[in-house]
Design a protein around this ligand. Structure first.
Ligand SMILES: CC(C)(COP(=O)(O)OP(=O)(O)OC[C@H]1O[C@@H](n2cnc3c(N)ncnc32)[C@H](O)[C@@H]1OP(=O)(O)O)[C@@H](O)C(=O)NCCC(=O)NCCSC(=O)c1cc(O)c2ccccc2c1O
Length: 140
């Protein structure tokens, strides 16, 4: 998978737990950053969320595979794709890769609902967001 470069970092010792590898919380924190970056690229910017349409994707279902450990000092990056576009939902696939060999160490599928941040209910995805999301639709 080669998708939108949504997150890039080097694993910090504080990202790791006493098992000596990056902790699960950091994986999901990276996914959170990735969704913010991708939705901003689609037009759901911080400004639009604060004082514009007040819409943001929110995760309602997730399925994940942890495929290899990563440790402090390793460069990692996240590539994200859109796998499905519904009326009020969009499904994202995030692949966290070890940068030196591009190996996928973690893969997750997030089904997200477009949340109206005022009504706190699902909202129909505006056409401009659907159109820009198509740029990151998975090929297969
Ligand atoms: C989000 C809700 C308010 C939706 O409830 P509502 O009743 O308004 O919506 P519908 O039930 O009509 O569903 C619309 C749409 O979504 C699909 N769907 C809903 N729930 C599920 C589910 N569990 N599994 C699969 N699909 C579901 C439904 O089929 C419809 O799809 P269509 O394609 O047909 O339109 C309500 O569900 C709710 O409040 N849920 C809780 C959400 C939540 O609190 N999540 C917590 C984690 S999210 C999070 O922490 C987070 C952190 C970040 O840092 C982010 C950064 C950037 C983006 C997102 C972030 C983020 O989500």
């Amino acid at each position: 998978m080669t998708g939108f470069l949504a997150f890039k970092s080097v694993v910090d010792p504080s990202d790791c737990d006493f098992l000596g590898h990056m902790n699960v919380s950091k994986y999901f924190s990276a996914c959170s950053d990735a969704v913010f970056a991708l939705q901003a690229a689609m037009g759901l910017t911080a400004e639009d969320m604060r004082s514009g349409r007040r819409l943001s994707f929110a995760v309602v279902h997730a399925e994940s595979d942890f495929l290899a450990e990563v440790s402090a000092g390793e460069a990692i990056h996240m590539e994200s794709e859109v796998t499905a576009i519904g009326e009020k939902s969009m499904t994202f696939r995030h692949a966290l890769k070890r940068s030196f060999d591009d190996k996928i160490v973690f893969c997750t599928v997030f089904k997200c609902v477009l949340l109206d941040l005022t009504a706190r209910r699902a909202a129909v995805i505006p056409k401009d967001i659907v159109n820009s999301a198509k740029a990151w639709l998975a090929k297969e």
